[in-house]
Design a protein around this ligand. Structure first.
Ligand code: ATP
Length: 583
């Protein structure tokens, strides 16, 4: 397939923000794509080369790409830099400078999707002393043969700045329409995606065998399962109506969720975002296999920092010492972790996803030979009346609350539903609710905050549309050190224009490529005409906003923007607080 076809489709997709139109463009493209290239195209549309859990990153710096562009166009580096400065996008700058070359020297061979993809993969995998030089050479080889329009997208892919705004849901719709007989088949494709976390693999299977092939997707080792998530309840009275008279209450520990794939061959560990985090946890790799008798299993656990002498849980911050690129070995001995298992999804060739919670828990307890560092999360069977006491026990043990689980519920990969409920300290202490929000923009600070971002514009994830909708500005709760590190983290992502996925009635001083998620506590959810979260859900022309939002000090590295709090959650909080006010 010619890359020009793909570049043309990218251009059309960029030109629309309407989901139906975007889906139609995708369907046209997918139908035109030979089945063997469908996976490749699916990754490229998402600006990726492989599924996230494989950790294949291009990591091409702007400078390197700019140099290669200048060389291919036969212009001085300053010409590329000038265009980049005025337009803000290096892909567009590349198209601009190559356009002037096109009239004079352009007589190159046509490039194909496969060639671009293979070359990008080579660039991503280049390592070692000469890797920069190699990368520059690969880039030039592509750009020498590329038309200006092709170059635009090659550069965006290289830098990771492809922003077509295609949410996973839109992609699944398009795949269902193209290959599985229509949108009705989407749940089957979605299930396949939830058990594999690999949209390219799902796409390729659907292209070859339609919905039937998607139905055949099974959980497999080293392919992470998208996590089942919990709904929040404000107080214990919310439990029984959803879970029945008897349910399980487990300690909700405050650490990092890890999905452990322990097999004979190797141990893989995936974070809540399904990134490979094995390098941070060499001790987990060593500790787990002997405790499960060397079985092959996919387990879910909360990794929590512990005091090695007493076995007591330590706060979340202690665990963050592990999240560093260098010196992990030192952190492993200085900040030991415990592995607190709470689910088993697969064991010795058998998927347990369709087993009820009670059976999975029994299997888990039966297979773990527990010790101080690897054990099952404390669990009890209870009804609503027992919750206050259990909550007390949980707090005394250093947990942040309880997870309440329906006994007959299967494992619902990739969904947040009412079969798991989280009950946190907030209801007890009458503390504010906390939400995980995406930083989408900022306003420059004044006074002591001059030269930094004084206030951040935050957004929720509107899951059905794949947009990020603004919900509040936050300027309190930041220490000077927080402001400094937030500036360091955010400024490389600063842009003059709003990202296409962001919906807001506010004009920020700078906008960001959405990637950072922070935790914010707020005293109340209110209605606002300016913010766009949950627009029209309660009152026409009004969205939700947060009253007195405050940064809690916690950056949610473990969450991507798609995993931030949703408008549905806000709506539930709004309804809950109004009910409480009336009571
Ligand atoms: P939160 O912001 O409350 O940590 P979250 O959005 O990260 O939640 P939720 O599904 O809402 O994810 O809450 C469940 C999280 O709580 C899990 O992702 C996991 O990290 C953690 N957790 C701690 N203990 C348990 C447990 N016993 N069972 C399931 N999850 C647990």
């Amino acid at each position: 397939m010619k890359f020009a076809v793909l570049a043309g489709a990218f251009g059309r997709m960029e030109s629309t923000s309407k989901r139906t139109e975007l889906t139609a463009f995708l369907v046209d493209l997918l139908r035109e794509t030979p089945p063997e290239s469908v996976a490749t195209i699916t990754y490229l549309i998402q600006g990726k080369l492989r599924p996230d859990f494989e950790g294949v990153e291009l990591g091409v710096a702007e400078k390197l790409a700019a140099r290669a562009i200048a060389k291919s166009a036969g212009v001085p580096a300053s010409a590329v830099a000038d265009r980049f400065k005025s337009g803000g996008d290096l892909g567009d700058a590349a198209a601009g400078v190559l356009d002037s070359r096109a009239q004079t020297t352009f007589a190159a061979e046509e490039i194909t999707v496969d060639r671009v993809y293979e070359t990008l993969l080579r660039i991503a995998r280049a390592s070692g002393a000469r890797s920069q030089e190699m990368k520059a050479r690969y880039i030039s080889s592509l750009l020498n043969d590329a038309t200006p329009d092709e170059a635009r997208y090659i550069v965006k892919l290289l830098l990771g700045t492809m922003r077509l705004g295609v949410a996973e849901n839109t992609m699944l719709d398009a795949l269902a329409i193209s290959f599985a007989g229509g949108k009705e088949a989407r749940p089957e494709l979605e299930r396949a995606y939830n058990v594999s976390s690999d949209l390219g693999r799902v796409a390729s299977a659907a292209a070859a065998g339609g919905a039937e092939a998607a139905r055949g997707f099974e959980i497999r080792m080293y392919s992470p399962v998208r996590p089942m998530l919990a709904e929040r309840v404000r107080d214990p009275s919310g439990a029984e109506p959803r879970l029945g008279a008897e349910f399980a209450a487990e300690f909700k520990l405050d650490g990092e969720r890890v999905q452990i794939h322990a097999g004979g061959e190797r141990v893989a560990i995936f974070s809540r975002r399904l990134e490979d985090v094995a390098s941070y946890y060499p001790d987990i790799i060593e500790m787990v296999p002997p405790r499960i008798g060397g079985r092959e299993a996919i387990l879910e656990a909360e990794a929590v920092a512990v005091n090695e002498e007493t076995g007591a849980f330590l706060p979340f911050q202690e665990l963050m010492h592990r999240r560093r690129k260098h010196g992990v070995a030192g952190a492993v001995t200085k900040y030991p972790v415990s592995v607190n298992l709470f689910d088993v999804l697969y064991v010795d060739g058998r998927s347990l996803l369709c087993e009820p919670y009670s059976a999975r828990r029994e299997i888990l307890e039966g297979m773990v030979d527990a010790d101080q560092r690897v054990r099952c999360v404390q669990a009890a069977r209870t009804g609503g009346a027992g919750l206050d006491d259990l909550m007390e026990d949980a707090f005394n043990a250093g947990a942040e609350g309880l997870m309440l689980k329906k006994l007959d519920s299967t494992y619902q990969a990739g969904s947040r539903g009412s079969n798991w409920l989280k009950l946190k300290r907030e209801y007890r202490d009458d503390l504010a609710d906390s939400l995980d929000l995406v930083v989408v923009g900022a306003f420059f600070g004044r006074g002591r905050r001059t030269g930094m971002y004084g206030t951040l514009l935050l957004a929720t994830n509107d899951a059905p549309t794949g947009t990020l909708t603004s919900v509040c500005k936050v300027g309190t709760g930041f220490t000077d050190a927080d402001l400094d590190s937030l500036y360091q983290m955010l400024s490389p992502d600063a842009r003059a224009r709003r990202d296409r996925r962001v919906v807001s009635g506010m004009e920020a001083d700078v906008w960001f490529d959405p990637s950072l998620v922070i935790e914010v506590a707020a005293s109340e959810v209110t209605l606002s005409p300016t913010h766009k979260a949950g627009m029209d859900a309660v009152r026409k022309g009004y969205g939700f906003a947060l009253r007195f939002p405050k940064f809690t000090g916690r950056i949610r590295d473990d969450k991507s923007p798609e995993q931030a709090s949703t408008n549905e959650e806000l709506e539930a909080l709004y309804a809950g607080q109004n009910k409480a006010a009336r009571a």
